[in-house]
Structure formats: structure tokens, C-alpha cells
Design a protein around this ligand. Structure first.
Ligand SMILES: [Zn+2]
Length: 339
């Protein structure tokens, strides 16, 4: 079973960063050194500047704040590659060399870029699938990405197409074990910055440790809430494969905790005196509640039951403002395991 490593049980610390942003070296509004300072002031631990077609770096000796920089790039395949209006934007993290523009279009072009990024020691993710109009078949055709962007703040604030959770669930339902990041895709700091981030569990925040953690799936995505702990206690094993049992989640105060699975499965707790629970119960946490919020209106933890037949499960929490945090899938079953 592609059972992804659980970052909540891993040694190390949590580091918050942004894996997608632009500067005046492409179509961003702020020069690179100012953008680095902007994220550093906000307390971000790492930043990947992903200018279009350009790896933005700093001359030796440039005075920069103490934030880990991952040299990165964003490339785009030609529009109309698979259908009118669709194209792939591929973000390459930890890239040293720029990539040539390809004449071909569609998934073959996207695959070429993903492979080229990985040959350099980098990793690739697919940007804003919903904004691009990429559907299940478009994403399933590209292999070797470490993630897609479940949430992209820039495309959300512009046209409301920032959330790509549905196509992510389609991929997982097809047993394709994709992970997900959340990013700003910042072009105009102040409007589309500090709105979404990826929290990485790693021994330290060196580029090497952060890249290893991305490859291992040791991260979760958020545009607001904090996930403090996720533990799966399976009911037992079938043919050596764990199944069923319960997932315990602890988080910052939220209005719902969901165990999202394939269609019609899963479970959820909703906060509030009339909060519905489906195969789940609330946990009274120790994190307290924000000022002005009545007892019982928000949750800081939940225990969610599995039925044992889920093809995959992932945890999603939503706070009082509708902001979410998304874990990577805890497992994705193969056809053989499903029987
Ligand atoms: Zn971008």
C-alpha cells in the first residue's frame, strides 16, 4: 500500500514557507531582495522564488535576511495544449539551470519539463490546476511530480479558481498517490502574499533537509488553520495491510474536521451546539478558544472512524473564516489490496 510517511510522527521541527512567488525578474511587482525581506518579516522559514522561465538568484555577498532560499522556476506549456484554454504550469523547486522553451504542447511537454527538473536534482509540482483548467486526465498523464497545489492564493483572489481539492480527490480515487502544497503564487505582495503556505517537517531548514521532506511527503498545506497532530490507529491488518480503526486529529480552533475519502465514504465533525457528527466524535483540546467564541462553537480535535473499505483518506480542517488545512493522504490502496 502506498502508505505515505506521516510527518506528524517524524522527528524534527515544523518550518513554514512559500513554494511559489514572482519578482520583478518576471511579472512580479517587488524586486527579489525586497520580496525575501517581506517573507522574512512575516516569519516564514523558507522561500522559493519561482519567476517565469528564470532562476532568480543573488550575487555573492548580497546581504539577505535569515530565510532559506530554494532556487526555483515556473515554466508553462503553450495554451490550448489539450483543450482550448488549458495549459500546464510546472513549478520546479531546487533548480539550478533554466529550461529551454519546448515547441510541443500538452502532457508530453509537461512531462519533459518535470523530468528535466528532476534530472537537475529538483522536484516539480503542478500549479493551480483549477485555474489552468487541468482535469483528472491531464494530471494523470504526467508522472513524477511530488505534489499539486491544492490551494493557490493568487488565482483565488483574482478569479476565484484557487482551490483544486476536487481534482486532487479524483487523482487519489484513481489510486494516484499525489501530495498537495498550498502557495501564494505572489505577484503583488500585500494582495496575494502571506495567504497560503506549506508547513514542512524536517530535521533542520537547510535546502537539502527541506527537499528530502518534500520528497517524503513530510508536509501539510494551509491557508489558515494549524494541524498539530494526526494519528491513525488501525483496527487490524488484512493480508498484512492495515485497515479501519480511527484517526485522531488535533488542531487550532476550527469549525469542522473531516476525514476525506473516496466518494460517499469518510467522516466529519462539525462544531457548534447543533454540530453534526458522521462516524466521528469531538475531542476537547487543550489549546483553548479564541476571544469571543462561545464554548462548543469551535473544535480543537476530533476522532474520526474509518469503515475499512476506503481507497484513500486525508485530513482536512476548516476554521471559522472558511480557511483550510490539508494533510497529504494517509494511505492510497492498490487494486490488489482492495480485492
Ligand atoms: Zn506563478
Amino acid at each position: 500500500m502506498p502508505q505515505l510517511a506521516n510527518p506528524f510522527g517524524a522527528a524534527g521541527s515544523w518550518f513554514r514557507g512559500n513554494l511559489h512567488c514572482h519578482t520583478t525578474e518576471s511579472d512580479g511587482a517587488m524586486p527579489p531582495d525586497r520580496l525575501v525581506a517581506h517573507y522574512s518579516y512575516a516569519g516564514w522559514d523558507f522561500l522559493a522564488i519561482t519567476d517565469h522561465w528564470k532562476v532568480t538568484t543573488f550575487p555573492e555577498g548580497t546581504a539577505l535576511p535569515d530565510i532559506t532560499l530554494l532556487p526555483s522556476i515556473e515554466i508553462g506549456t503553450a495554451a490550448g495544449s489539450t483543450r482550448a484554454g488549458t495549459n500546464y504550469h510546472v513549478v520546479g523547486i531546487n533548480v539550478q539551470e533554466e529550461l529551454p522553451r519546448r515547441e510541443e504542447t500538452g502532457p508530453a511537454a509537461a512531462q519533459w519539463y518535470v523530468d528535466a527538473i528532476r534530472e537537475q536534482g529538483g522536484e516539480a509540482h503542478i500549479a493551480h490546476a483549477y485555474w489552468s483548467g487541468l482535469r483528472l486526465e491531464d494530471l494523470a498523464a504526467v508522472k513524477g511530480c511530488y505534489a499539486l497545489e491544492v490551494y493557490n492564493a493568487d488565482t483565488e483572489v483574482h478569479i476565484g479558481r484557487g482551490l483544486s481539492a476536487a481534482v486532487w480527490d479524483d487523482l487519489l480515487t484513481e489510486r494516484l498517490p499525489w501530495c498537495a502544497v498550498a502557495v501564494d503564487d505572489c505577484h503583488r505582495p500585500g494582495y496575494d502574499s502571506l495567504r497560503a503556505w506549506t508547513v514542512v517537517r524536517a530535521p533542520d531548514r537547510s535546502p537539502e533537509a527541506l527537499m528530502d521532506a518534500l520528497r517524503a511527503g513530510h508536509f501539510y498545506a494551509s491557508n489558515g488553520p494549524e494541524i498539530l497532530d494526526v494519528r491513525w490507529e488501525p483496527e487490524g491488518t488484512r493480508n498484512g495491510v492495515p485497515y479501519g480503526g480511527a484517526v485522531t486529529v488535533r488542531c487550532s480552533p476550527v469549525r469542522s474536521v473531516s476525514l476525506v475519502a473516496d466518494a460517499t465514504r469518510g467522516s466529519r465533525v462539525n462544531a457548534g451546539p447543533f454540530g453534526m457528527t458522521q462516524r466521528a466524535r469531538r475531542l476537547r483540546g487543550e489549546t483553548g478558544r479564541p476571544e469571543g467564541v462561545l464554548e462548543g462553537e469551535l473544535l480543537t480535535g476530533a476522532e474520526l472512524q474509518l469503515q475499512g473499505n476506503e481507497r484513500y483518506v486525508r485530513v482536512q480542517v476548516e476554521d471559522a473564516l472558511g480557511r483550510c488545512a490539508w494533510t497529504n493522504p494517509l494511505f492510497v490502496r492498490t487494486i490488489e489490496e482492495e480485492g
